[in-house]
Design a protein around this ligand. Structure first.
Ligand SMILES: Cc1cc2nc3c(=O)[nH]c(=O)nc-3n(C[C@H](O)[C@H](O)[C@H](O)COP(=O)(O)O)c2cc1C
Length: 111
């Protein structure tokens, strides 16, 4: 039987200036849980809270402009409401050992 204390997956890790409490890292994925205006929702807060014991969460594709919107209900970070939505999501678990980083979504100009 495995002993969690001796399992390297659960050992802390220093990644640059981040002190990760364990080595479990969540890959970025599109989740389509923002509202129609790209504002992060309480559902997103719940989703990330449920996973907050991961060592690191790379959040999700987040657009920096309306032109970068790639699919419905994708979050943005270019309006005051979107920024406020992200803050309410990231501060909900202020005591969590989890660090989250947003993936900035860049769409190439075409045509
Ligand atoms: C911004 C972004 C969004 C992504 N969205 C998804 C997704 O919705 N579904 C998915 O399976 N992989 C998605 N990926 C790829 C995953 O992060 C991951 O690389 C992939 O699932 C394969 O896992 P692996 O890298 O551990 O092999 C996304 C990657 C990026 C950078």
């Amino acid at each position: 039987m495995s002993d969690l204390n001796n399992d390297v997956l659960f050992w802390s890790y220093k990644l640059g200036d981040l002190e990760l409490p364990n080595r479990i890292v969540m890959a970025p994925m599109g989740r389509s849980r923002a509202d129609e205006g790209g504002v992060p929702t309480p559902l997103m807060a719940e989703y990330y809270s449920q996973r907050a014991t991961a060592g690191l969460i790379i959040a999700e594709a987040t657009t920096i402009s309306a032109e970068g919107l790639a699919y419905d209900l994708m979050p943005g970070i270019y309006t005051d409401q979107q920024v406020a939505g992200w803050k309410s999501r990231t501060t909900r678990d202020g005591t969590s050992p989890c660090s989250s980083r947003d993936r900035i979504w860049l769409i190439e100009a075409r045509g």
